[in-house]
Ligand binder design. Structure first.
Ligand code: TUI
Length: 314
């Protein structure tokens, strides 16, 4: 059994987080992951606080286990969601797509464990100084908003830069990925794409089908020009956006083109206008199964890989 300090810190059985995927990671998915022994995380995305509160209450109605809320810092509702997680006494807050410094003291004072996503060494050092409980080192293999560095390059540097437990994310979807993350010094993993195939993940069937049929070169990054690079499946919409981005479309029109595209993918399965966020690892997601089974299977796969690594040492 693979256990690490993060299990004890959070009161979870397996050191596996489910990524806070905007529009996707709701109370039902988060509760299923937490019930399965990992850490389920509700995504606030761009939603108002009352939506987040309702999802927190749904999760609480399903599970007694700890779960988290991810706050997407580019959201216009980030301030109100930051207060809501305190009112609702959630166990863990993760943050993404920005610098959460101004919220950290209030969360810690409320007894919340604070685990920011960091995409650089400087951010990891800052979060350590401000008292974060752990950090998530997310490489650019991941889906959605991506940083510059890959998981392979980022994780060991973040491990060297902080005394906090490091959770590796980006490009992890099976036991080998978990083993590799631990070899790099991580004490846990976060997976998003792999949980898209969970039975409890309520995305449109077209979205699930696309993930299950994905191949190695199936994702691309758009949005660099506006400063918010996003990895998604290579669909007609992604190609159209890319052509507009590099074809000189004005910034405001480009922003308008993306508005609503995540919702269209998740709720309508709209192949033409939807933006299907996905990590590079989608090709390794092969079947639909319960979230609890995903966690157990991956952690059981990781054990012999970690133990077998010593065969190279003569
Ligand atoms: O946040 C994510 N992934 C996301 S957020 C999202 S919704 C969205 N919609 C439209 C545009 C942009 C996002 C979809 N996927 N992952 C966590 C993550 N955080 N990855 C990278 C970072 C990050 C980047 C810069 C964290 C901190 C950071 O600091 C910059 C600074 O100094 O402020």
């Amino acid at each position: 059994m693979i256990k690490s300090a993060i299990c004890e810190m959070l009161g979870i059985e397996y050191p596996v987080f489910q990524g806070g995927m905007a529009w996707i990671a709701d109370g039902k998915l988060a509760a299923a992951v937490s019930d399965g022994g990992g850490l389920g995380i509700i995504a606030a995305g761009n939603a108002p606080a009352e939506y987040v509160r309702s999802q927190i209450r749904i999760a609480k109605s399903i599970t007694d286990k700890p779960f988290g809320v991810n706050i997407m810092l580019l959201s216009p509702f980030a301030d109100e969601v930051a207060r809501t997680v305190i009112e609702e006494k959630v166990a863990v807050v993760t943050t993404g797509a920005g610098n959460p410094s101004k919220y950290i003291k209030d969360w810690l004072d409320a007894g919340i464990k604070v685990i920011p996503v960091v995409a650089s060494v400087a951010m990891a050092k800052l979060m350590t100084r401000l008292g974060a409980s752990a950090v998530i080192a997310e490489g650019g293999e991941s889906g959605g908003h991506v940083g510059e560095l890959t998981t392979m390059v980022l994780v060991p540097q973040i491990c060297d830069a902080t005394t906090l437990p490091v959770i590796a994310a980006g490009g992890i979807a099976d036991g080998r990925g978990v083993a590799a993350a631990f070899m790099l010094g991580a004490q846990g993993v976060q997976m998003g794409t792999r949980f898209l195939s969970a039975n409890e993940c309520s995305i449109h069937p077209v979205y699930k089908e696309k993930i299950l049929k994905a191949t190695d070169l199936c994702t691309m990054v758009t949005g660099k020009r506006l400063g918010h690079p996003v990895r998604s499946l290579r669909t007609p919409f992604a190609r159209e956006y890319w052509n507009a981005e590099y074809g000189g479309m004005p910034d405001d029109e480009l922003e308008a083109l993306a508005t609503g595209a995540l919702r269209l993918a998740v709720q309508e399965g709209d192949n033409e206008k939807g933006c299907f966020l996905s990590g590079q690892i989608a090709a390794m997601v092969k079947k639909e199964q319960p979230a609890a089974e995903i966690i157990k299977e991956i952690m059981e796969e990781a054990e012999p890989v970690l133990l077998g690594a010593s065969r190279w040492v003569k």
